[in-house]
Unconditional design. Structure first.
Length: 264
């Protein structure tokens, strides 16, 4: 195979990358979706019987995921719809299980830590990479979304554990996790932390950061919150997410590499 054929083969793979380019807007949108999903889940849990709200959110989540797997390239609206539904359904299901089975936060946190480690190890063994810049095969996409779902569940459990079991409250938890969120960036910029490790560390931490601050906005004054309506907070965050996705939906990952390869 000639170099030109190899280059074209590589380009054809990355053209179909189905995750967004990692930019500042990606992280802002990710934080907003975590907060929106947390509050929306709480709102549905309070307003609707979980017997109804959990299946409905599951159905929408499945439909969004089917759409994501059917498209052959990154589509901003579909991708972020899946992320939102992962956040809403994951939180709703976790709350239903915790309330129904009475599982302690520390137990669920440790369980999701183990589950995430198992998924990442299996992904690496099978694919030899955990890079989000290489999500262009069906199996890698499956591993990617399994990891995303598990990080959301882990972040939810960890945030609830610090806010409730450790009695830090939502604001203190949000501040603490925000400081921790800075660590991978500092490690990457100044101490040579690998890009993939920095990305997944930061990705995990966005969940408790967004969820903690959203809970702080919507929780009652007696619970240490600002007491805003969960419906209002959900609506406002949704509007910001939609604006960002429309204005800054972004290119798929590695699009800059595609352009440079085609030009060479």
């Amino acid at each position: 195979m000639s170099k030109q054929q190899t280059r074209l083969k590589d380009v054809s793979k990355t053209i179909f990358a189905k995750v967004p380019e990692i930019t500042l807007f990606f992280w802002i949108t990710k934080l907003l979706t975590t907060g929106m999903g947390e509050v929306a889940s709480d709102y549905l849990f309070e307003k609707l019987n979980p017997i109804f709200s959990v299946p409905v959110s599951l159905i929408i989540f499945i439909v969004a995921m089917i759409m994501q797997f059917k498209v052959r390239k990154y589509v901003a609206g579909i991708y972020w719809l899946v992320v939102i539904m992962v956040s809403i359904f994951g939180t709703t299901a976790a709350d239903a299980i915790r309330v129904g089975l009475g599982i302690p936060y520390i137990a669920s946190t440790l369980f999701f830590v183990a589950a995430l480690a198992a998924i990442l190890i299996t992904w690496y063994v099978k694919e030899k990479t955990l890079s989000v810049h290489s999500i262009h095969t069906r199996r890698r996409e499956v591993f990617y979304w399994l990891t995303v779902v598990t990080t959301f569940a882990l972040g939810t459990a960890a945030g609830d554990m610090t806010a409730n079991s450790m009695n830090l409250g939502y604001l203190s938890s949000g501040i603490m996790f925000s400081v921790i969120l800075l660590l991978p960036a500092i490690g990457y910029w100044f101490f040579g932390l690998k890009e993939i490790a920095a990305f997944w560390f930061a990705y995990i931490m966005t969940r408790p950061v967004g969820a903690s601050f959203a809970d702080w906005l919507s929780a009652a004054h007696s619970s240490g919150g600002l007491g805003y309506s969960k419906g209002v907070v959900t609506f406002v965050l949704t509007v910001f997410i939609v604006i960002l996705v429309i204005m800054k939906g972004g290119k798929p990952a590695e699009s800059s590499e595609i352009e440079s390869r085609l030009a060479s």
